[in-house]
Design a protein around this ligand. Structure first.
Ligand SMILES: *[C@@H]1O[C@H](CO)[C@@H](O)[C@H](O)[C@H]1NC(C)=O
Ligand SMILES: *[C@@H]1O[C@H](CO)[C@@H](O)[C@H](O)[C@H]1NC(C)=O
Ligand SMILES: *[C@@H]1O[C@H](CO)[C@@H](O)[C@H](O)[C@H]1NC(C)=O
Ligand SMILES: CC(=O)N[C@H]1CO[C@H](CO)[C@@H](O)[C@@H]1O
Length: 578
């Protein structure tokens, strides 16, 4: 009934961390070869990552308080360019994106902040290279954020909590691919950042050649062993980080392993340690925070916790269903005589894109083979409205081949593929060249790649926003029957569980899809992709209490495969110390 190991895991931190001095506010931040110097004092600093858009503003005070209780001096966060500027020049700093409010909350509780300012991926621009267009947008955004911070007096030089800023992110991993342009870009990035005059030092992580005065920092699991050290004797040794992949076993480090590496790092003159996001979202609620990738912002993390099982329909309205419409060629307006890349066609507006074509069968009821080559990530094939197969790639290899038997009728057959992406690639060189979706299709050995294809980006249910209260009434929902068909929407309402414990949905009975609560995307789920150990990477999905009303919460699921919604449970999580 009880999850013991959290304490096993958390206590050694508490022991290490209690020796630390509490944060002193504001001031003059510099550094030397030993450490950061804050108002003349050399400091060993412990930091933890909390990414503000992965929780709700209502959760922030408690998360920061827990981090402080855990002994941290600093909260580290990225700045999420794609969330703040989803369309060029249209900024959004509201709700979960209210970074100033987040930093002020940290300030109110007396902790410092490390701000990791972009760049983050922006479509259309060439990413991370010595490219004028990219540099223009990157500088514009970095200046926007720095000025936002300055106008709220949030830098330590202004009496605020921000003691460090980061420019770029792990560019050292991809720099080689850009040859001399990589080097000139990184020089430019350092100069540009320093020119923004924040009054506090800048760092670059995984960037051995970080130009002065920018400090190169270590990212990784074992910086005590692997870090080559700062690239100048005048720079301190800082360790800025070290996520779960669907289909892989969640990785939980032992406290001993973490403590050992931290001690080794400090022994080797390390003076700044950041605990990056834990693999365990719910555990994070009491240590530092991994959070939830709301909407479609990212990939996977995992949950492990004690839980109360309450079947949703025990005290909720019974499930209603809506069968998503499978478009055929005639229903599409976007056409091409070739297979289009999904990433550049869908432009991150949906995970889903339909590829449809007509195949003329010349004999009645001929059995045939359908071969589809996909560049990622997931594919479902439908022939004349019926599913004939599904396949997917993995984080290690997104590409795959799907081969299925199918029955063709004489005359026109409607063949439709639903291709789904599971997040966009977020690392590597030449991100703008990354592709997904179908690359080649054969029917009975005949290559149909250059036939007339019809396309539809997104699902009808997404377009009508049937996961919202107003959108939900635009279609006819039906009563749930016992069997489930692929590509079905499910809807119910539920009351919030009593108390204040975190609420999670247990989706172990489902396959792959997407969840919304009161119109807010809770994110993708994928419990059918099991690890080599035979379990899903994540079956519990967090619903922040602040999204819930006491009664009548709208829950909508889009299920791509089959599943049993009656076995979905609403659980609450608590951690005890035994
Ligand atoms: C900040 O600290 C450095 C050394 O720690 C010192 O050289 C410098 O004068 C200080 N600057 C201000 C404005 O106090
Ligand atoms: C194929 O699609 C067209 C247009 O939607 C439809 O009229 C036709 O009945 C479909 N054919 C089959 C075999 O489902
Ligand atoms: C990825 O999978 C595809 C199809 O299964 C295979 O042809 C290819 O060699 C694989 N690539 C790598 C790098 O393993
Ligand atoms: C940034 C970094 O070092 N990430 C590492 C985090 O840990 C996993 C193992 O779980 C490594 O594979 C990553 O490289």
């Amino acid at each position: 009934m009880v999850k013991v190991w959290c304490w096993r895991w958390c206590f050694p931190f508490a022991l290490i961390l209690t020796v630390l001095v509490g944060a002193v506010y504001g001031g003059n931040v510099t550094y030397d070869g030993r450490s950061l110097i804050i108002d003349g004092q050399h400091r060993i600093l412990f930091s933890g990552s909390i990414h503000y858009p992965r929780s709700t503003p209502q959760m922030w005070p408690n998360l920061v308080a827990k981090a402080k209780e855990g002994g941290l001096d600093i909260i580290q966060t990225y700045v999420f360019w794609n969330l703040h500027e989803p369309q060029q020049g249209q900024y959004n700093f509201r709700g979960r994106r209210n970074i100033v409010r987040f930093i002020k909350e940290i300030q109110a509780q007396g902790l410092y902040v490390t701000l990791r300012i972009g760049p983050y991926i922006e479509s259309e621009c060439t990413y991370g290279s010595d490219n004028e267009q990219f540099k223009f947008h990157m500088q514009r955004f970095a200046a926007k954020i720095v000025n936002l911070m300055k106008s709220a007096n949030l830098y330590a030089s202004q009496g605020g909590p921000i003691i460090l800023s980061q420019i770029e992110n792990e560019y050292g991993n991809v720099e080689g691919a850009f040859h001399e342009k990589g080097l000139s870009y990184i020089r430019w990035a350092a100069q540009m950042a320093v020119g923004l005059q924040t009054g506090v030092p800048w760092v670059m992580c995984k960037q051995d050649n970080a130009p002065d005065p920018v400090i190169n920092t270590c990212n990784g699991m074992q910086c005590g062993k692997t870090f080559k050290g700062p690239n100048s004797p005048n720079k301190p040794s800082l360790w800025t980080e070290n996520w779960t992949i669907f289909g892989e076993v969640p990785y939980i480090r032992s406290a001993e392993d973490i403590a050992y590496n931290v001690a080794l790092f400090i022994a080797k003159r390390g003076s700044y340690i950041n605990y990056y996001m834990s693999r365990d979202e719910l555990l994070d609620l009491m240590q530092y925070h991994g959070g939830t990738n709301f909407d479609r912002i990212a990939s996977a993390f995992v949950t492990t916790s004690y839980y109360d099982e309450a079947p949703l329909d025990e005290y909720a309205e019974k499930w209603k269903v809506y069968k998503e419409v499978i478009p055929s060629f005639d229903d599409t307006s976007l056409r091409a005589n070739t297979l289009l890349d999904q990433i550049s066609t869908a432009k991150d507006t949906s995970d889903y894109m339909w590829y449809t074509f007509r195949f003329i069968g010349n004999s009645p009821n001929g059995q045939s083979i359908l071969s589809a080559y996909s560049q990622g990530h997931v594919l479902h094939a439908f022939v004349n409205g019926n599913v004939v197969g599904s396949a997917h790639g993995s984080h290690k290899n997104a590409t795959f081949v799907m081969e299925n038997k199918l029955d063709l009728i004489k005359g026109v057959n409607n063949i439709s593929f639903l291709s789904a992406t599971v997040g966009l690639p977020n690392s590597g060189a030449y991100l703008e060249h990354k592709v997904a979706g179908l690359s080649r299709v054969k029917v009975q050995g005949r290559d149909v790649t250059n036939q007339a294809w019809g396309y539809q980006v997104g699902l009808l249910g997404e377009k009508l926003q049937i996961y919202t209260a107003s959108g939900s009434s635009k279609i006819q929902w039906e009563s749930f029957q016992s069997s489930t068909k692929p590509l079905t929407w499910y809807k119910t309402t539920f009351d919030a569980p009593e108390g204040n414990d975190p609420v999670v949905l247990n989706l172990a009975s489902m396959g792959k899809g997407y969840t919304w609560v009161n119109g807010q995307g809770i994110g993708r789920y994928w419990v059918s992709f099991i690890t080599p150990q035979g379990t899903p990477s994540q079956k519990w999905y967090h619903i922040p209490r602040s999204l819930l009303k006491s009664t009548g919460n709208l829950l909508v699921l889009l299920e791509e495969e089959t599943g049993n919604p009656h076995a979905i449970t609403l659980d609450t999580v608590y951690i005890t110390s035994q």
